[in-house]
Design a binder for this molecule. Structure first.
Ligand code: HEM
Length: 405
């Protein structure tokens, strides 16, 4: 029996490994590199000094002076991830600079060419994505110590003081806490396959528990991220060039494409965790059309391809929800609803965060700057009306509850 359990655990980690999912940090990149081969030092140095360069009014000049480098010496996946992150940060800083109306519409070829080459290799868009600034932008201060805020730091930051650190690290810690729920995937798949109600019930209760813990971690954001700095400073550097009136046609990647291209900015909406839980619990976010379904589908294209594959894999597995529904077992239904309810509660909490960090500061400003601005502030990273999207996603989660069925 004990031997069976061991071999099934091992094979479950094989499933995860295949999709670049780590035992400890889940969808995050385990032990991100901090350095590249020497010839790329200028990229790393520039990306490390964005705030100072912006404040000194030298950022754009320095970026334009960077040498045009081939990406051929970046063979390892981890090196490519670090280079994509560094060039992503440089690109955001180059485009937005001081975060005012002086916006650059052309990314010079010395950055655009290697950046687009790397993006193609990684299957990511040439803009800073969640997989860069959260999943690959971290280190432990004491490598043998725990993954706690106190023992962690980020590799690259934007203007806004400690706001980048707070936002990126809390996102990562929510992500890793919620990953404990995803660890139940193999148990759930096996329980559905073997019609093992008790294992499934226990796994669903565990998921609910993990999500409640993730919510607790989320609450720590208030201690580390200041709403005013987030809204007025950091958010500007994460903005994209899709549906953004400041760059209505998008960004021209010089030497790569003849026409400007539009890409959505960095958002935790690009995290695989929530979409993974939706898939696992059979919550249909992408069916039926509409802006919310389109948003969820679009955000998936900003995830690393291996993680997109994992989501597709989950969606093709026999459905836990269908099994629970057909089981006619009140305890099992209750456990399923516990999981869904914990996800609703996490999404509820997230909506409260959006109010604190976007709507409230926008309202404060609207007194000064008028309603057109606030209308624009309701546009998310991909130019969508994000409040309506977020409420629809939460409603679809709630509608999946089985109580009374
Ligand atoms: C200051 C903190 C945060 C703010 C202001 C914020 C804001 C937003 C906004 C405006 C959207 C709508 C889509 C978009 O415009 O990109 C969104 C989507 C989303 N965010 Fe956040 N977010 C924050 C933190 C987080 C964290 C820490 C997580 C979890 C790791 C997270 C997970 C998500 C998810 C999964 C979506 C997609 C909708 C869903 O599946 O429910 N967010 N967020």
């Amino acid at each position: 029996m004990a031997q069976n359990r061991t071999s099934s655990t091992e094979s479950s980690w094989e499933i995860f490994r295949k999709y670049r999912i780590d035992q400890e940090v889940g969808f995050a990149l385990p032990n991100p590199l901090e350095e590249l081969p020497e010839k790329y030092n200028a990229w790393i140095l520039t990306a490390k000094n964005l705030t100072e360069l912006i404040e000194a009014g030298q950022l754009r000049e320095e970026v334009e002076k960077l040498p045009m480098l081939s990406t051929d010496d970046l063979q390892e996946y981890e090196q490519q991830c670090l280079a994509h992150l560094a060039l992503g940060c440089i690109t955001m800083a180059y485009v937005w600079n001081r975060g005012d109306d002086d916006v650059q519409k052309v990314l010079p070829s010395n950055i655009a060419v290697p950046y687009c080459e790397l993006s193609e290799k990684l299957g990511l868009p040439p803009i800073l994505v969640y997989a860069d600034c959260v999943l690959a932008n971290w280190k432990k201060k004491d490598p043998s110590g725990p993954m706690t805020y106190e023992n962690m730091d980020i590799l690259f930051s934007f203007p806004g003081g400690d706001c980048s650190k707070g936002f990126f690290l809390i996102s990562l810690l929510v992500e890793t806490a919620a990953f404990s729920a995803v660890k139940r995937v193999p148990t759930i798949l096996s329980a559905v396959q073997h019609r093992d109600k008790e294992s499934l019930r226990q796994a669903l209760l565990d998921i609910a528990d993990c999500l409640r813990k993730a919510r607790k971690v989320f609450e720590e954001i208030h201690g580390y991220v200041d709403p005013d700095l987030f809204y007025n400073v950091l958010r500007k550097y994460l903005s994209g060039w899709k549906g953004n009136p400041k760059l209505p046609d998008g960004l021209l990647y010089e030497g790569v494409w003849d026409e400007p291209k539009q890409f959505a900015g960095g958002s935790a909406g690009q995290s695989s965790i929530f979409q993974c839980l939706d898939a696992l619990l059979g919550i249909q976010q992408t069916t039926g059309g509409g802006p919310a379904a389109e948003f969820i589908k679009e955000m998936r294209t900003y995830m690393p391809p291996a993680h997109q594959d994992f989501l597709r894999f989950l969606e093709t597995c026999p459905s836990a929800r269908e099994f629970v529904l057909s089981s006619d077992d009140a305890d099992l239904k209750e456990a399923y609803d516990n999981s869904v309810q914990a996800l609703v509660s996490l999404r509820n909490y997230h909506l409260g965060i959006v109010k604190t960090y976007i709507l409230d500061p926008a309202k404060m400003q609207s007194g000064e700057e008028k309603t057109e601005q606030v209308g624009q502030e309701h546009r998310g990273t991909g130019g969508t009306d994000f409040m309506s999207v977020l409420k629809t996603v939460r409603m679809k989660t709630m509608q999946s509850l089985l109580k009374d069925r």
